[in-house]
Design a protein around this ligand. Structure first.
Ligand SMILES: *[C@@H]1O[C@H](CO)[C@@H](O)[C@H](O)[C@H]1NC(C)=O
Ligand SMILES: *[C@@H]1O[C@H](CO)[C@@H](O)[C@H](O)[C@H]1NC(C)=O
Ligand SMILES: *[C@@H]1O[C@H](CO)[C@@H](O)[C@H](O)[C@H]1NC(C)=O
Ligand SMILES: *[C@@H]1O[C@H](CO)[C@@H](O)[C@H](O)[C@H]1NC(C)=O
Ligand SMILES: *[C@@H]1O[C@H](CO)[C@@H](O)[C@H](O)[C@H]1NC(C)=O
Ligand SMILES: *[C@@H]1O[C@H](CO)[C@@H](O)[C@H](O)[C@H]1NC(C)=O
Ligand SMILES: *[C@@H]1O[C@H](CO)[C@@H](O)[C@H](O)[C@H]1NC(C)=O
Ligand SMILES: *[C@@H]1O[C@H](CO)[C@@H](O)[C@H](O)[C@H]1NC(C)=O
Ligand SMILES: *[C@@H]1O[C@H](CO)[C@@H](O)[C@H](O)[C@H]1NC(C)=O
Ligand SMILES: *[C@@H]1O[C@H](CO)[C@@H](O)[C@H](O)[C@H]1NC(C)=O
Length: 751
């Protein structure tokens, strides 16, 4: 701590000494004359006896007369030497030296010399040994140069030429012919030229009378031939320039800088240089500074160069920034190159590339995100559309009404399935799950929909008549209330599809149609079995017809009588077909060719007797094992009626059941069928009646008590021609018929 304090005190003391010493250095007053004639007189030089020069040696005289200039005079008042210019930083000056001459005087017939000496001993001036040469001009001359007074140094130079042959003389070449030059040593401060009298111009005076000798600055000197033969060389006022090196004192920088009271390099940022020509030193500004290093004043002393303002001297092709003692020249951001040597080139830097990369990436990601968002949005719209479409279907099919009604009657086991459940159960309506295809729709087997894990039959109805769609839900509800052991149970439905989807209990043993016409095992279709199925079907239809709100099947046929366990009948397929009430005026014909009630075809009025008519055809199928329409599109009805009329019914009976035990029952069935097939609905029996008769038949057959009545009146009964058979070709299942077609059909059937 104490040592620090001591150091600080010492440092302060040193600084104070330095400052005191600095201020003690001689500085010129501001009103000194700094110009004489055309010549600048910078400090340390000065004019006059005052404080204008650094020391008496640097005082210059000034010739105030017009055209005059500064001069030095050593020793004082002996002769003066003109000063042409002073170069402050180089430590040089240019003075004018008098030319010494030696001429032949024709009058006195002697050589007449004119010698000029210079004695700069004890002054700051030395003859520059680099710029100056002792130059002798003449045609027969030897001149000497001597150290004036000291006589320590002597040199000489001979210039000769032939009077008769001046071709040796060459302009510009000072090489002994008419001109001669010799160098001088360093530190020469005084000089005395002399001519050797043994070399004289006595013989050649009318050609070259004078010889000249002078110590001069030869950097700009060019020898001319005329200098030899004429006084041209002396025409510059008898003087030639002389290069002078000057220096401060006679000490080196190291020594001088320690003597603060007399050290000349006082400017901040100044630098000391040993004189290259003799003792002493000169001052200079350090690099990057300009001004007068001998002046303490910061304004006039060495000050920072603003290099950026001098593009010629300090070239910079980029951005320039001045610094203390120097400057920065650099390429602005975004460019590259060396601004000090060439222009900056705009380039994509790594950062810019990275920036561009980042920007591009961000942009790309944004686009992708936007795209994804857009796709999502679209999907949402599509999904929303789908959902709203499904909702629309739901409403269209009377779904809401159905739900409302289901709320009121809460004991119904009817279920509304949602879309996903149905799609899952049918594996999206996979073709491999199709178990049946009919006029009203396609039936799929469905799994995992029933709580007891039983398979279900899922029926996708064909498109409904739009006019009837809203009633559909309501009608379904009615159907759902139908519970009969011989009717396929409707478990539920889904109204979310374009056309309704109905879910039924699954019936495993195919159809009556399959049993009779397709499979080839007679033991499975004995008369007992056939009658039992017929009886159960008739009961089911009778049940439907006797409901409070009667239901007419509309498409009774063997293919619509399914077979459950124990080959029990299961009447099916009245869901998609519309539930016809007597008042309803239908716009289309439903049903299957070969089973269609001709009355219905005439007035399109479906009623219970239409079902009875169709069931009559089923009865014929049972006993004949012939299809309702043969391959040749021949109607079973007409075949039957023809056979009855011609008494050939026995030929029609299926050989599998045509034995004596069965014959009576077969004939009764035939008679029942014939009644059912009466042309007018009114003359047909009701379904209940048919069911009752069949039930009566089943029992004796089942118990083996039936006997064949050979004289069965039915077998000889002749048919009235009123029951004219009809027959027409067309598609198996009819669909919608226009009024025009209906008219045409009416005509056809009226024949
Ligand atoms: C010329 O200069 C000298 C000093 O060198 C001075 O003494 C003198 O008065 C000056 N003359 C004129 C006319 O200024
Ligand atoms: C002094 O500095 C100037 C400019 O920097 C330079 O031209 C000159 O040669 C220097 N003088 C010496 C003796 O170094
Ligand atoms: C030549 O010498 C004579 C006599 O000594 C002198 O009068 C004359 O001025 C001289 N001529 C020249 C040009 O010096
Ligand atoms: C010139 O030199 C010759 C000898 O070379 C000499 O005899 C003669 O006297 C000299 N002339 C003069 C004037 O010195
Ligand atoms: C040259 O000048 C110095 C100082 O002024 C003097 O001492 C010396 O004697 C002079 N030399 C001659 C030869 O006059
Ligand atoms: C020069 O002088 C010589 C004799 O010294 C003479 O013969 C010659 O004619 C002179 N030439 C001229 C040009 O005067
Ligand atoms: C040289 O010129 C100067 C000045 O004009 C003059 O005084 C001197 O006599 C001339 N010398 C010669 C040899 O002509
Ligand atoms: C240097 O100059 C000083 C005066 O400026 C003088 O006293 C001293 O003797 C000189 N020294 C030398 C070695 O010339
Ligand atoms: C000046 O000269 C001395 C002695 O020759 C030398 O030691 C010193 O380094 C020189 N100084 C500079 C600045 O050149
Ligand atoms: C520019 O060129 C200069 C001169 O060739 C060289 O000194 C400098 O180091 C260069 N600068 C850069 C940044 O390369």
């Amino acid at each position: 701590m104490q040592s620090h304090l001591l150091l600080a005190v010492l440092w302060l003391a040193a600084a104070a000494v330095f400052l005191a010493a600095g201020s003690a250095v001689r500085q010129p007053s501001s009103n000194c004359q700094r110009k004489c004639g055309e010549v600048d007189i910078p400090y340390p030089f000065g004019i006059g006896p005052d404080d204008c020069a650094i020391m008496p040696d640097f005082i210059l005289m000034c010739d105030n007369t017009s055209g005059g200039g500064p001069f030095v005079s050593f020793p004082p008042d002996v002769h003066h030497v003109d000063v042409e210019s002073i170069s402050l930083l180089q430590g040089k000056a240019r003075m004018l030296n008098r030319i010494s001459s030696s001429c032949y005087n024709t009058t006195s017939r002697e050589m007449q010399g004119n010698y000029w000496v210079l004695n700069f001993t004890t002054t700051p001036y030395r003859f520059s040994n680099t710029d100056n040469k002792f130059t002798v001009i003449g045609c027969n001359t030897l001149a000497y140069i001597q150290d004036y007074g000291n006589k320590g140094y002597t040199s000489g130079c001979v210039a000769i030429c032939k009077e008769s042959d001046t071709t040796d003389l060459t302009d510009g070449s000072c090489s002994g012919i008419g001109c001669c030059q010799t160098a001088i040593p360093k530190g020469l401060q005084s000089y005395l030229p002399t001519f050797d009298l043994d070399f004289n111009t006595t013989q050649i005076y009318n050609f070259s009378a004078c010889s000249y000798a002078v110590l001069m600055d030869t950097t700009d000197f060019i020898f001319q031939m005329s200098y030899v033969t004429s006084p041209d060389f002396n025409r510059t006022g008898g003087k030639q320039p002389l290069a002078i090196d000057w220096a401060i004192g006679n000490e080196t920088c190291d020594v001088a800088s320690k003597r603060q009271d007399s050290y000349a390099c006082v400017s901040r940022n100044s630098q000391c240089f040993n004189s290259t020509n003799g003792p002493g030193y000169i001052c200079n500004c350090t690099k990057g500074y300009e001004g007068n290093p001998y002046l303490q004043d910061p304004e006039q002393g060495c000050r920072d160069i603003d290099e950026c303002k001098d593009k010629d001297k300090y070239p910079c092709f980029g951005k320039c920034s001045n610094t203390e003692g120097g400057f920065d020249c650099f390429c602005p951001p975004g460019t590259q190159g060396n601004a000090t040597t060439g222009p900056c080139m705009t380039v994509v830097t790594k950062q810019v590339r990275i920036a561009i990369g980042i920007f591009a990436t961000v942009f790309f990601v944004l686009i992708i995100l936007l795209g994804l968002q857009w796709i999502k949005h679209n999907q949402r719209i599509i999904r929303h559309d789908l959902i709203s479409k499904r909702d629309a279907y739901f409403r269209l099919h009377g779904g809401q009404l159905l739900i409302d009604m289901m709320k009121i009657e809460n004991n119904i086991s009817f279920k509304l399935y949602c879309l996903e459940e149905i799609e899952l159960a049918t594996n999206n309506f996979d073709d491999r799950q199709i178990i049946g295809e009919g006029g009203q729709g396609t039936v799929y087997i469905g799994y995992d929909l029933d709580p007891d894990n039983n398979p279900v039959a899922i029926k996708r109805c064909k498109r409904l008549d739009e006019n009837r769609m809203t009633e559909f839900g309501q009608e379904l509800l009615i159907l759902s209330r139908v519970t009969h052991k011989n009717i396929v149970k409707l478990l539920g439905c889904s109204l979310h599809f374009e056309a309704p989807v109905l879910v039924y209990e699954f019936v495993p043993n195919k159809t009556l149609h399959y049993l009779i016409h397709v499979q080839d095992e007679p033991s499975k279709r004995t008369l007992e079995i056939r009658l039992k199925i017929a009886a159960e079907s008739a009961e089911a239809l009778a049940y439907l017809h006797t409901l409070n709100h009667p239901i007419f099947h509309g498409d009774v046929k063997s293919a619509n009588i399914l077979l459950g366990d124990d080959l029990s009948a299961k009447v099916s397929d009245f869901g998609c077909s519309l539930i016809r009430s007597a008042e309803e005026n239908l716009h289309g014909v439903k049903g299957t060719m070969g089973y269609l009630d001709p009355e219905y075809l005439l007035n399109f009025n479906l009623n219970d007797k239409s079902d009875v008519y169709s069931f009559g055809v089923v009865l014929l199928e049972i006993i004949t094992r012939r299809t309702a329409l043969s391959k040749a599109k021949e109607s079973l009805i007409s075949v039957f009626k023809d056979a009855v009329r011609e008494g050939r019914l026995v030929e029609l009976v299926d050989p599998e059941i045509a034995n004596q035990d069965n014959m009576e029952a077969v004939c009764q069935v035939a008679a029942l069928g014939d009644k059912c097939l009466a042309m007018t609905g009114a003359s047909r029996p009701t379904m209940s009646h048919v069911a009752e008769e069949l039930r009566q038949l089943v029992r004796p057959v089942l118990h083996g008590t039936g006997e064949l009545h050979v004289g069965n009146p039915f077998m000889v009964h002749a048919w009235s021609s009123s029951s004219a058979p009809y027959d027409y070709t067309g598609e198996e299942t009819t669909d919608y018929y226009s009024q025009k077609k209906k008219a045409a059909m009416s005509i056809e059937f009226a024949r």
